[in-house]
Design a protein around this ligand. Structure first.
Ligand code: NCD
Ligand code: ZN
Length: 356
């Protein structure tokens, strides 16, 4: 890694948690990610979700067909765990290299999770297989119990479900996705090296006040929902700590404007336009730019046991104003849009180029 006042060059990063969607949105959002990141773990919560190996193969082809030719980008595919997914499918999918990981959504915890797992205890035999074959298990860590306050759902999930799961299956490689609380930071820090966590740019930048600034702002609504300031501070410390259990996962989750504005607006923040610059800003503010490369490009591959990328990316110090809208074309002239994270704000760093 090379850092000067004006330029940063670092090993090419990977995004360990990404939503690419499908159809016109997929076509629009793949390029901003692929020009910066070499690989990305692609989430399976489409409508309907990716629950069979054939779904995975087909979705991968649709993604590959829209990657710009000049960019090298590998989607790492995931399967969506349901109450009745057969362990044989996991064995076959993993041994044949079709799936990179399996994703666990507690049923109804977030966008398109209705077919998720209704009770973890019911699929303990599936966890046995997951542990035995060494398949990474990616967890959306929130309870869905309506009696639990929405701001407590991650912490309660850790106590009620994650801890018992890891006690029972201590060798499963688990990623607690997009962590949002000091409780999660402490839990991951104190666990063995088989538990990792991804941290998003938005959870490092905003706290829950952002959702209520002069009115309700659905652009800042995501799940797990952003929390109090002390949690954000804890996440910033964790991300910039140089501890290998914390690594980059943007959770970039585009929703067309109409779905964000509706009376029951969708959860998700689209940050793929400037994710690496957004992280760089946080690391600089924390005086930890020298640790950005490890977080973005080394701790993830080390956790998953895959090679580090060989290429590099560069960013230059140049103030950029993030666009207010990102257009998604339906036809040549007809389009809808997604509002990007940091819309209308200035970022200090600007992505320059990738060399492979
Ligand atoms: C994600 C989405 O829109 O698919 N939304 C979100 O708020 N993060 C789902 C998820 O990762 O929870
Ligand atoms: Zn996500």
């Amino acid at each position: 890694m090379q850092i000067s006042q004006e330029k940063i060059s670092l090993r090419q990063p990977d995004d360990w948690h990404l939503h690419l969607r499908d159809g016109g949105v997929l076509k629009a959002v793949v390029a901003p990610t692929a020009r910066v990141f070499r690989r990305a773990v692609v989430m399976p919560n489409l409508q309907p979700p990716i629950t069979s190996l054939q779904d995975v193969v087909d979705y991968r082809k649709r993604i590959e067909s829209v990657i710009p030719k000049e960019l090298a980008f590998t989607p790492l595919m995931t399967l969506y765990l349901t109450d009745n997914l057969s362990p044989e499918i996991l064995k076959e999918g993993y041994s044949e290299g079709i799936i990179f990981a399996v994703k666990l959504y507690p049923a109804n915890s977030t966008t398109n999770s209705a077919s998720g797992v209704s009770d973890l205890e019911n699929i303990y035999s599936t966890f046995e297989t997951i542990e035995e074959i060494g398949l990474p298990l990616l967890i959306h860590g929130e309870v869905t119990d309506p009696d639990v306050d929405v701001f407590d759902r991650e912490a309660v999930f850790i106590d009620r479900h994650l801890d018992p799961l890891l006690q029972r299956f201590p060798n499963i490689r688990v990623v607690l996705e997009h962590i949002t609380t000091d409780n999660a930071v402490q839990y991951v820090q104190s666990s063995n090296s088989k538990l990792g966590a991804t941290i998003t740019p938005h959870h490092l930048h905003i706290n829950r006040n952002a959702m209520f600034l002069n009115g309700f702002r659905s652009d800042f609504y995501c799940l797990p929902v952003v929390k109090r300031e002390h949690h954000r501070i804890s996440l910033r410390r964790a991300a910039t700590s140089g501890q290998p259990c914390f690594f980059l996962g943007t959770d970039s989750a585009p929703h067309l404007r109409g779905f964000k504005e509706s009376a029951c607006g969708c959860a998700g923040i689209f940050n793929a336009l400037n994710a690496i610059e957004s992280y760089a800003q946080v690391f600089e503010e924390e005086g930890a730019l020298d640790r950005l490369e490890a977080f973005s490009s080394e701790f993830g591959p080390a956790f998953y046991g895959v090679p580090f990328n060989k290429g590099t990316i560069s960013m230059v110090r140049s103030s950029q104003t993030v666009p207010e809208k990102f257009n998604v074309y339906k036809t040549e002239n007809e389009f809808e849009y997604v509002v990007p994270f940091h819309a209308g704000e200035q970022l200090n760093w600007c992505f320059e180029s990738t060399s492979y």
